[in-house]
Design a protein. Structure first.
Length: 668
């Protein structure tokens, strides 16, 4: 009989704030050892008899966390991603439906990802006993013999007998006095773990929650095949209900197996202390924490931070980022109320309005960033600008890239037009002189890279670099119309680009994926800059690039923009063709709105608004930042956040008159 571990990864663990959050819930945090409870749960089942690859059920936002943590422990799994959380009944239903499609006789062992069970062997032994009951058609839950009259858990009243017993009642979390009564009467803690056949799960759902089952079946069917599946849109229609209410309190086949191993759902800070390694005074803390006349305390703080506790007992001190929680561990259950209150509180260090943000950034730019890069970033001996500085302002030895020189010319020309009183013209000349003398090839295009002293390191002419060169030339000319020679240099560069043209339209980029949207986006920005200056020849290039975006780069049905393409500009095969970058949705929205206004084209402006909405899907709801990349089904490819997508988010929000989103971007 094949056994399928099912690991449920829902929940945000708000009682473990500030360490646990919706973006990084407790099951993915190392709370009691070097591994997360999710990893420990996966490994706990690795020695289970007849076990198949585990089935993980989680939200799409945690795709990357799951993949990374499975890779760390070397385990392959099937991952079912919920497009929207619909509670435990729908999550279990999806797993049951998937198992039944693979193995109609399969047994599911359904576990929460955030439980602590130190004795893995005892746990596996209990599960194997429960499998016997599941094979006979029962839904078996593991009932833990209570170690204390805890009001933090639900309880089960078992029927008479020994071993596997019928369930007489499930009861909610009691108050302390009632919990003691339950303890005296032989009640068991409800662990929330279930062992049952996929067939029985489907039958009980059909009888008691048919809408949940229907949504799960459709969602699994729409997900397709593979190891990582995003449940289809029909899953969103499932009623939001727990498995306890949907099935367990109604079924006639519930049974409980009493178990006597140590178990905790590690749901609050006092529970973390209960399973953590302790010093002789009962304190749990990272190395370097100081205790003086203090007992029974719990401290969690990042490395490099020193915490001292003096004259206090049973206190928790939890430091996470810019948040600090200090609590009486007896009040651990009240942390959820604190986390709930903070949801409506303004974030720390945020701007009240756009004017406040503008004033702060104006000061930072004019007084800090621009002087720093002219004084320390410019190489006043060899010429040009350095690519990077260390955190203490020292030059970092590295080759010089064409795009950096062009960007610095653009930045200081823009600074001059914004009113910077520093030597912006000197900075522009410094960047352009080094750029045009060291990076320009005989064919009129700009090479990619030279050494610090000017030797050619990479002769490649990338469309991306030509685009930044053209934008820099346009901005320098706009800032100072006496630089008329820049007009001819830009025209020559544009004409030289014809050598990189693609017969199907657009240009071939000199990278592993030559057919991409990104270089065309930057080329459109440069073409618009020149067109807005009234120079001839640039309107046609801008029009051509917009047409390519509207007909090829942007998905005709969904309206989002893809990154990589095949030679005929159809989406690239494989994972490359599925990549969607929120920052580029915003950047193209900004450009298409500009072009649409210039050309009076409503179709481009409509596409810009659609792209903006797709970009918003990549905004992390907790951090308020645009993440690096999504997949084309809306799931997360890369949940990290770089700086440049935030600037594109703000630019697009402002040009599309979305000040609410501009402020979110600035505060994020």
């Amino acid at each position: 009989m094949a056994v399928y571990p099912v690991i449920m990864c829902g929940g945000s663990g708000t009682r473990l704030w500030p360490a646990s959050s919706p973006a990084r819930p407790k099951q993915f945090i190392a709370l009691t050892g070097p591994r997360s409870s999710f990893q420990e749960t996966v490994l706990r089942l690795s020695g289970l008899a007849d076990a198949q690859a585990p089935v993980i059920v989680a939200g799409v936002a945690h795709r990357e966390a799951i993949a990374a943590q499975l890779e760390e422990i070397g385990v392959r799994a099937i991952v079912l991603l919920e497009p929207e959380a619909r509670d435990s009944a729908a999550a279990m239903a999806a797993a049951g439906v998937w198992i039944a499609r693979q193995d109609p006789a399969g047994i599911a062992v359904v576990l929460s990802a955030d439980h602590e069970v130190p004795d893995a062997a005892a746990f596996r032994s209990a599960v194997e006993q429960a499998v016997t009951g599941a094979t006979a058609g029962q839904i078996v839950t593991l009932g833990v013999k209570p170690g204390s009259p805890s009001p933090a858990y639900g309880y089960i009243r078992p029927g008479p007998g020994s071993g596997l017993r019928p369930v007489e009642a499930f009861v909610e979390k009691p108050d302390a006095a009632t919990a003691q009564t339950y303890l005296d009467q032989g009640y068991l803690w409800n662990s929330g773990n279930f062992v049952l056949s996929a067939a029985v799960l489907k039958a009980e759902l059909a009888a008691h929650a048919p809408e949940v089952l229907a949504a799960a079946e459709a969602g699994v069917a729409e997900a397709g095949e593979g190891d990582v599946l995003t449940l289809g849109p029909s899953f969103r229609t499932a009623p939001k209900i727990s498995i306890d209410y949907a099935v367990m309190e109604r079924t006639k086949v519930a049974a409980v197996l009493p178990v006597d191993f140590v178990w905790s759902d590690v749901g609050a800070w006092d529970a973390v202390l209960a399973v953590a390694p302790l010093d002789p005074d009962g304190n749990a803390a990272p190395d370097g924490t100081l205790f003086e006349q203090a007992r029974g305390n719990f401290v969690r703080a990042p490395g490099g931070m020193r915490v001292a506790v003096a004259g206090l007992d049973n206190v928790g001190v939890i430091v996470e980022g810019r948040s600090v929680l200090v609590l009486d561990l007896a009040a651990s259950q009240s942390v959820k109320a604190v986390a709930d209150r903070l949801k409506s509180a303004p974030a720390l260090g945020t701007f009240a309005d756009l004017e406040a943000a503008r004033a702060w950034y104006d000061t930072w730019l004019m007084a800090s960033a621009l002087p720093l890069w002219w004084s320390l970033g410019a190489d006043h001996i060899q010429g040009g600008f350095r690519d990077s500085l260390s955190v203490n302002g020292r030059p970092v030895a590295a080759p010089r890239r064409a795009r950096v020189q062009a960007r610095q010319a653009y930045v200081y020309a823009s600074a001059g037009m914004l009113g910077w009183v520093g030597p912006w013209q000197d900075a522009v000349d410094h960047a352009l002189n080094g750029f045009t003398t060291r990076f320009r090839r005989p064919d009129g295009l700009f090479r990619t890279q030279v050494s610090e002293t000017g030797e050619v390191l990479d002769e490649t002419a990338m469309v991306y670099d030509q685009a930044f060169a053209l934008l820099a030339l346009a901005t320098a000319y706009k800032a100072d119309r006496s630089r008329r020679g820049l007009v001819g240099l830009a025209s020559q560069t544009r004409e030289s680009l014809d050598g990189l043209r693609h017969p199907a339209g657009g240009y071939r980029e000199a990278i592993a994926w030559p057919y991409q949207a990104n270089c065309h986006m930057h080329l459109l920005e440069a073409a618009l800059a020149w067109a807005e200056l009234g120079e001839p020849g640039w309107d046609a290039l801008a029009d051509e690039l917009v047409a390519l975006a509207l007909t090829r780069f942007i998905d005709a049905e969904a309206g989002f923009l893809r990154e990589f393409f095949s030679e005929d500009w159809s989406p690239a095969a494989g994972v490359e063709g599925r990549i969607v970058e929120p920052g580029h949705q915003f950047e193209w929205a900004w450009l298409l709105e500009r072009w649409g206004i210039l050309r009076n084209r409503d179709d481009a402006r409509s596409a810009a608004r659609t792209l903006f909405e797709h970009g918003i899907r990549g905004i992390d709801p907790v951090r308020g930042v645009a993440i690096n990349a999504l997949w084309d089904d809306g799931s997360i490819k890369d949940g990290q956040a770089r700086l440049w997508p935030q600037t594109e988010y703000i630019k697009a929000a402002l040009i599309l008159d979305r000040p609410d989103h501009a402020l979110v971007g600035l505060n994020g």
